[in-house]
Design a protein around this ligand. Structure first.
Ligand code: COA
Length: 540
């Protein structure tokens, strides 16, 4: 494969200005992630109380379980950002992929320093998403349980619907049956519904003095039966390991429990990551020829100024080598083959608006990757499909649909990174959340909405002017409509608004993108080859 020759001059003022602007975005991201780890109203007191009970903090727990010097890919660290009066940082739960004895596992760990580890709606969404990641990538799940169960004031948003609390238990049972191990360590309360997390696990460890499982806690037992009983007598680690058998192992300390957990992991007969034995073509890893830090200077600080997708690809792929497909046609989408951490991947990246030719080229390329069983990587930066009478006459609606259909029907693993704008149906054709990419990450400069704020403002003001209420709407009222629509679109297309609602699996610093994708691809490489689907018909 040929090496991309970069045309970026890193000595220009424009590059320096973009670089400086991106540094500010990254600083904000770090600051907000730090808030998710230890911030929030009254959080310091909760952390101190947690530590004073001899308990370990949630991320340290994960660290104690995982192999030394291995990465932990955390998901949606800013879920719930700006929601629930900012009192539930990270949605009170940590999820991600870590390595134990060389095998990747999904972790679901309650953060008891946030609302007692109780589960707000975004926490349920985060847990269920982590389980879906496990299911799709063939990973076992480790639950580090320390939770007050459902966050009761919002019970109607958590409890009864599909993919609510019950959906988590459903997935546990299904994954266990499929041979994806479900292991729990009980490090705090598991009350009511929460009791089913360990109860549905294949193996359970409880830590004496802190771990407790009961369907109803002491106050409920007193109210229902008049029975007065303390927490440990009712559902402590000794009771459940030696009497009820709900738990399989008793540990005196958290550290002892993690040692035991690592031993259990060793007995689960799960595949390690070994690229050489994979269905997915792999070559020894070669770092990109250009530094990842250049990405900061390439992405325009002003999102109306486009940047070249090929320059991004050059900083993500092995050796900056790229076999471009159809380079002379449909140039607003760049397609081609490359490797990331040795794994072959088909890259589809936007260079602005999607025209009919670029949509057809993308559909053709997706078909090639499907036929050759090569995973797809979508790099989104588009304002959407081209509008206008020429475009309609050229069949943009149908040609765009061909691309959308090809994405929907591709059975190879798909991965998406929002590197810029993700507007309109461009979000769909470029494998947005609705098209089930295995992972979707976003850069902190990205924007996601039906359309840009200034377009929405114009459209809605014009609709009002031309509509039934047009004649009775004053210029002042129209100006107010324009202002409020612009404000709403700007707020809602902000990447923190998106990541808070988990429209992605997390915001990432551009320089970490290559490693995150390499890890994700290594998970697919470790599985069996995905079964081919009915085929993609893009030439309708
Ligand atoms: N719903 C809503 N809020 C809850 C909650 C729940 N299930 N469990 C805990 N919280 C909140 C508390 O109100 C408190 O909020 P605050 O910080 O705003 O005051 C915070 O979490 C910490 O709770 P606290 O009781 O002070 O902490 P603790 O560590 O001493 O005890 C629990 C933690 C989980 C043992 C205890 O809060 C508890 O028993 N909760 C209720 C459990 C329950 O019955 N769940 C039923 C689920 S169906």
């Amino acid at each position: 494969m040929n090496r991309i020759t970069s045309r970026i001059d890193t000595g220009t003022t424009e590059f320096a200005d973009n670089h400086a602007a991106y540094q500010a975005l990254v600083a904000t991201l770090r600051e907000r992630q730090e808030f998710a780890i230890s911030g929030g109203r009254g959080r310091q007191r909760s952390i101190e109380r947690h530590l004073s009970r001899g308990k370990v903090l949630v991320r340290e727990r994960i660290d104690l379980v995982t192999d030394n010097n291995t990465p932990f890919l955390e998901f949606s660290s800013l879920a719930a950002w700006g929601q629930y009066d900012d009192e539930v940082p990270g949605a009170g739960i940590v999820t991600g992929i870590g390595v134990v004895h060389g095998v990747p596992w999904v972790f679901v760990a309650n953060d008891a320093t946030v609302k007692g580890g109780s589960l707000v709606p975004m926490a349920i969404k985060k847990q269920v998403r982590a389980q879906d990641i496990a299911l799709e990538n063939g990973l076992g799940v480790i639950y580090l349980v320390d939770s007050g169960g459902a966050f009761l004031p919002l019970q109607d948003e958590i409890f009864p619907d599909k993919d609510h609390f019950g959906g988590g238990f459903y997935r546990q049972a299904r994954m266990s049956a499929m041979g994806l191990p479900q292991l729990s360590v009980v490090l705090g309360p598991c009350t009511a519904g929460g009791a089913y997390v360990p109860a549905l696990s294949d193996e359970v460890i409880m830590v004496e003095g802190i771990g407790r499982i009961f369907l109803g806690g002491p106050p409920i037992v007193k109210a229902a039966l008049g029975e007065i009983v303390d927490q440990d007598e009712l559902g402590g680690a000794v009771k459940h390991t030696r009497v009820s058998g709900v738990s399989d192992y008793l540990a005196q300390t958290e550290r002892e429990a993690y040692g035991k957990l690592r031993e259990i992991c060793e007995t689960t007969n799960q595949r390690r990551v070994d690229q050489r034995q994979s269905w997915l073509d792999w070559q020894p890893v070669e770092p990109p020829a250009y530094p990842a830090e250049d990405l900061y200077g390439i992405v325009s600080a002003d999102d109306r100024i486009p940047f070249d997708a090929t320059e991004i690809i050059a900083r993500l792929v092995d050796g900056s080598r790229f076999a471009e497909f159809k380079p002379e046609w449909g140039e607003s989408i760049v397609t081609g083959f490359a490797r990331i951490h040795g794994h072959m991947v088909g890259v589809i990246a936007n260079n602005g608006i999607i025209f009919s030719e670029s949509a057809l080229k993308a559909a053709h390329f997706i078909e090639l990757c499907e036929q050759r069983r090569i995973p797809l990587l979508f790099l989104q930066n588009t304002s959407g499909y081209m509008v206008g009478s020429d475009s309609e006459a050229g069949g943009i609606a149908k040609n765009g649909a061909k691309m959308v259909a090809a994405v929907a029907n591709a059975t190879v693993p798909k991965y998406t990174v929002l590197i810029g704008g993700s507007y309109g149906a461009g979000n769909y054709g470029m494998c947005g959340r609705g098209f089930n990419p295995r992972f979707l990450f976003a850069w902190p400069n990205s924007r996601i909405a039906t359309m840009a704020a200034d377009t929405a403002e114009t459209v809605l003001v014009d609709i009002r002017r031309a509509g039934m209420k047009g004649a009775e709407t004053s210029e002042e009222e129209l100006a107010e409509i324009a202002r409020s629509i612009r404000e709403q679109y700007e707020t809602q297309s902000d990447p923190y608004h998106a990541t808070s609602r988990m429209w992605d699996d997390g915001l990432i610093d551009p320089v970490h993108t290559r490693d995150a994708l390499g890890l994700c691809l290594s998970l697919a490489a470790r599985q069996d080859e995905p079964a081919a689907g009915p085929g993609i018909v893009y030439r309708m």
